[in-house]
Write a protein that binds this ligand. Structure first.
Ligand SMILES: Nc1nc2c(c(=O)[nH]1)N(C=O)[C@@H](CNc1ccc(C(=O)N[C@@H](CCC(=O)O)C(=O)O)cc1)CN2
Ligand SMILES: Nc1ncnc2c1ncn2[C@@H]1O[C@H](COP(=O)(O)OP(=O)(O)OP(=O)(O)O)[C@@H](O)[C@H]1O
Length: 175
């Protein structure tokens, strides 16, 4: 995918995020893209969320425990790219508990028609989502539509509620 394609499709995804039924919620968790990985450029989604005056949380990854810690994004937040190429907030101000997040946007490599997800491994998101509230809205973000075959799951895998792609929104229901 060319850089222009990545940006154009990411902008379409941000426009489709507007169609989600999430705008009565207040605290949104977002990932910032790993530049070297052709991930969806979430800066456009960030603009959409902030344009609606919602609060945004960003995470720092701990590669010893494979846990994420979340911090409120403010005017004072400094972002630094870590050794894995992930942009992360610096400092310990305004830490946010997993249970306080209303909506979580999730990066993924592939998803099937049931909302089962394949990530980059290490289980960061499976651990994180398991600690969120049951009614936290889990939204996958992808350039691609769901796969036609079923992804094999294990009992720690956390399925998605919805998926946003450049084409639109996909809602999942349990099989
Ligand atoms: N933008 C973004 N942030 C995210 C994730 C993500 O997928 N995307 N994660 C979702 O879980 C977590 C980080 N997950 C990661 C999992 C593995 C490696 C890793 O093993 N990197 C190796 C090899 C990279 C490769 O395979 O090419 C390295 O950089 O040396 C990095 C990040 C949290 N933050
Ligand atoms: N809630 C959890 N508690 C402890 N270990 C977990 C938990 N969730 C996942 N793991 C472990 O993390 C490892 C990676 O998980 P998995 O292969 O499912 O990652 P993934 O599907 O790529 O998703 P992710 O994006 O979350 O990394 C596995 O060894 C799994 O057992």
């Amino acid at each position: 995918m060319s850089n222009e394609e990545v940006h154009g499709l990411s902008l379409q995804i941000a426009n489709n995020v507007l169609k989600l039924d999430i705008w009565d919620q207040s605290l949104f968790h977002l990932f910032l893209p790993i530049q070297t990985k052709n991930e969806v450029r979430t800066e456009y989604i960030l603009q959409v969320i902030q344009g609606r005056d919602k609060n945004v949380a960003l995470s720092r990854s701990d590669f010893e425990t494979f846990e994420l810690r979340h911090f409120l994004l403010t005017d004072q937040t400094t972002i630094k790219v870590n050794e894995y190429g992930i942009p992360e907030p610096k400092g310990d101000d305004f830490e946010i508990k997993d249970e306080d997040l209303d909506v979580v946007f999730i990066p993924l490599l592939a998803v099937d028609k049931y909302g089962n997800r394949i990530g980059y491994g290490k289980g960061f998101y499976d651990r994180f989502l398991a600690k969120c509230r049951p009614n936290t809205i889990k939204v996958g973000i992808s350039f691609f539509e769901p796969l036609n075959f079923t992804i094999t799951t294990n009992d720690t895998d956390m399925p998605l509620d919805q998926l946003v792609t450049p084409k639109g929104v996909v809602k999942f229901r349990s099989p």
